[in-house]
Design a protein around this ligand. Sequence first.
Ligand code: SAM
Length: 304
Amino acid sequence: RVQRVAGEQLPRYVRVNTLKTTVEDAVDYLKRDGFSYLGQASRLDDLTLKKKEFVKDLHLPQLLVFAPKTDFHNHFLYKAGHIILQDKASCLPAFLLNPTPGSHVIDACAAPGNKTSHLAAIMENKGKLFAFDLDAKRLATMSTLLLRAGVTCHKLAHQDFLTIDPDSPQYKDVENILLDPSCSGSGMVCLKDHASNEEEEDQTRLASLASFQLRCLNHGLRFPRLKRLVYSTCSIHRQENEEVITACLHQNPNFRVVHALAHWPERGLEPLSQCLRASTSKTRTHGFFVALLEKHSMSRDMKL
Ligand code: SAM
């Protein structure tokens, strides 16, 4: 119950979809629509807003922040795909991967597609965005979402990412992967209500999720031209986050973790402070974890 209250107090985050509009045009539209614009936030407390007030986020340039529970589901900007309702923490993976327009990218566990649409916006709809998911229903939702968002550079496939052949010619130019696999969801403050679970059951479930996550991660790193991979979960458990990354680094010594977003207020648990964490108390978001892995460059390897 405590978690549910905390969830209701989170700001409403709105990502401006730059495939359809600009941040400035969205801000102007919202001002004309009766919202009061307070400018660019510069500290976390600026995200505490009253009804009808809004600011630009302090970390992510395409993100607008509103009072908790501001409802946009019937708003023109939402229905026309100009804005995407997406928690701030879940905007981090695509923002950190930052694929260049024209590049080839894989979104390994993609549905319902918020991060895919974010990647497409960063790629300016240029290049190839291969998106996989196992769940047909979620893929159907995803098609609607991507259509509304004006995404055209994607190729959706109802496939198990673990069965995708990294050596297939169609993926030969893939340099970036976003991996947001199924997780316990323990960071989702509105959904969390499982205090009655037996600890032992939780441990078994976590171990099986972590093993799946590590297999996905190892599989992602097998794509021959891969340079960068972002791994994310909406879990607060070390087992699904830092421990998965640590095991992966042991098995793939040709990759390292990049120190991401120096000014982000919450870091991965030691010793993985290069990674990012997010929480209601420190970042005013759902609980989240993000790691950016990068292949050692040839020149770097030679220097070592
Ligand atoms: N990235 C999505 C977004 O931002 O909208 C959310 C992804 S959700 C955390 C994890 C997804 O992974 C689920 O939709 C699930 O169906 C999918 N999934 C689970 N196992 C998979 C597998 N082996 N291959 C592909 N997708 C898988």
